[in-house]
Design a protein around this ligand. Sequence first.
Ligand code: SAM
Length: 239
Amino acid sequence: MTQLQRIAIAPSQLQASQIILTPQQLHYLVRVLRLREGDRFIAMDGLGKWWLAQLTGEQAQVLETLSVETELPVSITLMVALPKGSGFDEVVRCCTELGVTCIAPVISDRTLLNPSPQKLERWRRIAAEAAEQSERAFVPTILEPVAFSESLSTVNGQKYICEARGNYPQLLNCLPNKAQITNDQALIIATGPEGGWTEKEVEIAIASGFQPVSLGRRILRAVTAPIVALSIVTATCEV
Ligand code: SAM
């Protein structure tokens, strides 16, 4: 089954047991992937459902529902202060591959990027492609960028803020262990921009229930830090 090509569809495209393909999807399947009448592929709705489908004319017939078990046993929201340039593309791509549930781009006091509305669309497209590529059942949610101070009150769960300097415990030692992790548990991890968080930002985060943590003794780039944080969580949940 893993060799089959996968495409993302909107839930509304599934009608009875037919998938109503868009002209772009049909073009991709027939012209790009060179699928022929009767060939099989996997359709995924990004909301946890996968189907084995067969190309029939300009539509596809659903043959069976597939079960996918590639998701982490815990919900993880990353609050990432937008790095400059196109660094956030890499964060979205890698963190989607690693299993993130939601990415909240935040604008901190030292954020240098002022994202255009087209950026959000681009990040969502990257998340969908990466979810497809890494065989995720869900496409992570990418929220609209908001000020860091505003975003603090919108999240619930066990909250961590990564600080590059200071004598803070390793994230690894602060996470619930595998036996304590449950499906309805939420972890929130915040990482700062190139210039780091300001003292005031760390203070208000702590006042909002965030625990300051370290990701190790080296200073990581703003793009690397969220990827490392997520890798630590996935290793803790899955080993
Ligand atoms: N300019 C800051 C300095 O010199 O202290 C470093 C900022 S670092 C490039 C960007 C962000 O990545 C930080 O705000 C922090 O959230 C995260 N980060 C980088 N290295 C880290 C580490 N070793 N432990 C925890 N967080 C780290």
